[in-house]
Design a protein around this ligand. Structure first.
Ligand code: ADP
Length: 251
């Protein structure tokens, strides 16, 4: 792919769990530097899309290509190792943080860079300290996750993803497990990243937030992408009845 190509292009992605066909045929193209909000009813397959892009699930069919890399064809011959290779390009921020409870904040952040990416430990620690300071958590580096609020844990989750220096950040409903008063501190960090040219896909139910930070909105329903466009178009003036019903309920 050339520099003018999107950072990520997925075509005809399919995924079933048993007889439940969760992704029917997903086409998705993400341009570099853009923030894309992925919205849709519960169970429409949004999380599964992120997990397929991050190698946490292996699609049953379709292709995924990151700019500068091979187009992975998830035909019958694809291996789990191929799917896992996608993890070099993206990093995930989970709904329930998924921090290692037995490790300190700093150890959580340096684990991936040191163990997986083989970064020198000293360099990984310096980078982690810089990132923790950025999100206001420098003084928490030696604490364990259970001593932190949900908002603080999620900020560590974001720092852990950033420390991997991925091309693409994937957020899976990053604020939905938080008490309402803690949502703002996490959204503020995400907004700051959006202003810094990070490429991000954010699964969210916060449509007001999506309208504020996203460059594009993708609406999914029942395993397909129904609409993909500018937030004003998709959220204020949807072309499809299914999108209209969804936004009317939530906005
Ligand atoms: P969304 O993020 O839009 O709520 P999901 O991708 O989480 O949707 O789930 C879509 C469907 O796939 C749901 O019916 C869910 O129960 C099913 N599903 C997701 N992950 C699994 C899994 N690991 N095993 C079985 N079913 C799953």
């Amino acid at each position: 792919m050339s520099p003018a190509d999107p950072l990520l292009r997925a075509t005809a992605l399919q995924k079933s769990f048993g007889s439940n066909q969760v992704l029917k045929s997903i086409d998705l193209s993400i341009d570099s530097g853009l923030v894309v909000a992925l919205v849709g009813p519960s169970g429409s397959g949004k999380t599964t899309v992120l997990r397929c892009l991050n190698g946490l699930e292996t699609p049953d069919g379709g292709t995924v290509a990151f700019r500068g890399g091979p187009a992975l064809d998830f035909g019958p011959k694809v291996s789990k190792k191929d799917a896992l290779s996608l993890r070099d390009r993206s990093a995930m921020v989970f709904q329930t943080y998924n921090l290692f409870p037995h490790m300190t904040v700093l150890e959580n952040v340096v684990e991936g860079p040191v163990q997986v990416q083989k970064q020198p430990r000293r360099e990984a620690i310096a980078n982690a300290e810089r990132l923790l300071a950025r999100v206001g958590l420098a003084d928490k580096r030696d604490d364990h996750p259970f001593n932190l609020s949900g908002g603080q844990q999620q900020r560590v989750g974001i720092v852990r993803a950033l420390a991997l220096q991925p091309d693409l950040l994937l957020f899976d409903e990053p604020t939905s497990a938080l008490d309402p008063e803690l949502v703002g501190e996490v959204l503020t960090v995400i907004k700051e990243l959006a202003e810094e040219d990070w490429t991000m896909v954010i699964v969210t139910h916060e449509l007001a937030f999506a309208r504020e930070v996203a460059d594009e909105v993708v609406f999914m329903d029942d395993g397909v992408v129904v609409e993909h466009g500018h937030p004003d178009q998709v959220l204020r003036n949807p072309r499809h009845e299914r999108t209209r019903r969804f936004v009317d309920r939530l906005l």
